[in-house]
Ligand binder design. Structure first.
Ligand code: ARG
Length: 576
């Protein structure tokens, strides 16, 4: 919340109390949003819920509020429009407040103080036995952004990689390795090698269905807890995969606070199952233990042990929920996992709900859409690479970087650190493309459009940052303090200032709705506004008072764009 918003909220609250509303009930209902049309005002209040509280029609209450909020040093006007009240701030106050808060890194432009939320974010979580799926890349990029966004608004965040390193998929991989694998080849290129083994298992199991029984036996041996061949194999394959993921994770700016994969819950599942029994909700069905969830509208039961006594994906997620509850005391647990696992998370939450566990409320699936690529006949379909559905993250990142490198060679051959800039811009283009639209939408993976330097792309926003940095270099005087400039000289920059003012709302919404696209959208809007401002307003060469005022504006735009990009996991080069 900015000081402008805070001032307006105080005035509103006093007004609402005057109108007979209870302070405590009214306060949380005061929500100030950017209006649909900026010509109507700077911020808007929807009076719907407040009107309900007041027992009045929304337009009637809106009119009463507008009449009572008279202008002052900060507020210029208040006008009712149907059920909304639109407010305008005085231009000098707007410039002064926004620019000084950005310059001093005050929240919401800088990081907020603790807000009391504890958010566990379960993301990336690839299956190390199966190839890294393009969907895992989305989870990685989305989860990374959500970790950064929640930290910014003041939450304590636990970023967790719930690695798929247990269960039948892993047992199949292990079986293939035990039959056909060799360690030298594994070390040479672990991900590709495991992928080949995985494919070979798929082919051979068709000829030899007995392989699945072998895999099940290996899994039982692994779950027995004994230090045996399976356990040593498990450790080897897991360590190699983790090492191999480290490269792409580092390039994407991704770190985890905890890498507690499915195997971590090996010794915690028995207690979790005990708790389900104690709650009286576990039933037997054909030798398996299940929880029925029909009364919650879920047809399929949640299976917690199979008839041979082994555990499942669900069993580990249940143990993980209990573990997170006692270890972190989370207010929210976000599972950043593709929409195709909706049933899985409905069931998980369902079991906890049926058990009347308070943690059930914290469980939130954060689903997202598919990644699509263009087929040879030009149709958009589920992403496929040369190796089928698998992707090697490092390969995709390398390709993006190589393409950007070629553009730089052509457009800016003398650029210093060209390789480093290409890495920054190439990787960011992919990240930005993933985060640009609402997450539930499918993402079109199209090199040409994501690498454009124009339009809604990562390179476009990075280019805006570089342009601002270049102005600051060229002007050759330091950026003055906001108090030292005449804010009235920025009356022509109101559009830029209003977009800047919206930053806090965008980040807050992104955190509440698990939607980084609010932050991407803000970065695009700010880059666009500052670009068009600079088309008709020069800084270098303007007379000193004007130059100084514009300098503060340019510096603030650069800072805020840099902050916004950082929340998405993107860095911006000073030159490109
Ligand atoms: N490893 C799983 C998969 O690739 C995703 C795990 C998501 N997290 C979780 N707690 N279930 O499908």
């Amino acid at each position: 919340m900015t000081d402008l918003h805070r001032h307006l909220r105080d005035r509103l609250l006093a007004t609402l109390v005057d109108l007979g509303l209870a302070r405590d009930a009214a306060q949380p209902l005061i929500r100030l949003d950017p209006p649909k049309n900026r010509d109507h005002g700077d911020v808007a209040l929807g009076a719907f819920q407040l009107a309900k509280l007041a027992g009045k029609a929304p337009p009637a209450l809106a009119a009463e509020i507008a009449a009572k909020i008279t202008s002052d040093a900060i507020i210029e006007s208040a006008a009712a429009a149907g059920p909304f009240v639109n407010f305008r701030f005085r231009r000098a106050a707007l410039a002064l407040e926004v620019l000084s808060a950005i310059q001093s890194d005050a929240a919401p432009y800088g990081k907020a103080r603790g807000n009391g939320d504890v958010v566990c974010i379960d993301f990336s979580s690839p299956n190390i036995a199966k190839p890294f799926h393009i969907g895992h890349m989305r989870s990685t990029v989305l989860g990374n952004a959500l970790c950064r966004i929640h930290r910014h608004v003041g939450a304590t965040v636990h970023g967790i990689n719930h690695l798929g390193d247990w269960g039948m998929p892993f047992a199949k991989m292990m079986t293939a390795y035990m039959r056909w694998g060799n360690e030298q080849e594994l070390h040479r290129s672990p991900m590709r090698y495991m992928f080949d083994l995985y494919k070979r298992y798929g082919v051979e199991v068709k000829q030899n269905p007995g392989l699945d029984g072998e895999a099940a036996a290996h899994f039982r041996a692994l779950e027995s807890g004994v230090d045996n061949q399976e356990r040593r194999m498990w450790k080897l394959l897991r360590d190699e995969s983790l090492k191999a993921f480290q490269g792409p994770y580092a390039r994407l700016g991704v770190t985890f606070d905890h890498i507690t994969g499915e195997s971590f819950f090996e010794d915690k599942m028995a207690a979790a199952l005990q708790r389900v029994v104690a709650a009286g909700v576990l039933e037997q069905s054909d030798g398996a233990s299940v929880v029925w969830l029909k009364e919650l509208g879920i047809k399929e039961p949640c299976i917690l042990t199979k008839s041979d006594g082994t555990t499942l994906y669900h069993t580990r997620d249940l143990a993980a929920a209990f573990y997170r509850e006692v270890t972190f005391h989370p207010t929210r647990i976000l599972y950043v996992v593709g929409a195709e696992q909706k049933l899985h998370f409905d069931q998980l939450k369902g079991v906890l709900t049926k058990m009347q566990e308070p943690i059930a409320k914290a469980v939130e699936h954060v689903p997202f859409g598919l990644v699509l690529s263009k087929s040879d006949d030009g149709k958009w379909e589920k992403f496929a690479s040369r190796s089928g559905n698998a992707v090697f993250l490092d390969e995709i990142l390398d390709e993006a970087v190589a393409k950007v490198r070629a553009v730089i060679r052509e457009k800016n051959p003398d650029l210093a650190n060209a390789d480093q800039v290409a890495e920054q811009v190439g990787v960011s283009a992919i990240v930005f493309n993933d985060l640009k639209n609402s997450r539930i939408k499918d993402v079109k993976f199209d090199w040409d459009s994501m690498l454009q330097f124009e339009g809604e792309t990562g390179p476009y926003v990075q280019y805006a940052c570089a342009r601002l940095a270049s102005i600051l270099r060229k002007v050759e005087v330091p950026v003055p303090a906001v108090d030292a400039i005449d804010c009235a000289l920025l009356a022509d920059a109101e559009r830029v200032l209003l977009v800047m003012m919206d930053f806090g709302t965008a980040v807050q919404k992104a955190a509440e709705q698990s939607e980084p696209s609010h932050v991407t959208g803000h970065a695009i809007a700010l880059a666009g506004e500052i670009h068009s401002y600079l088309r008709d307003h020069y800084v270098v060469g303007a007379e000193p008072a004007v130059r100084d005022a514009r300098l503060v504006l340019v510096d603030a735009a650069r800072r805020l764009l840099t902050t916004g990009l950082a929340l998405l996991g993107i860095t911006a080069p000073d030159r490109m």
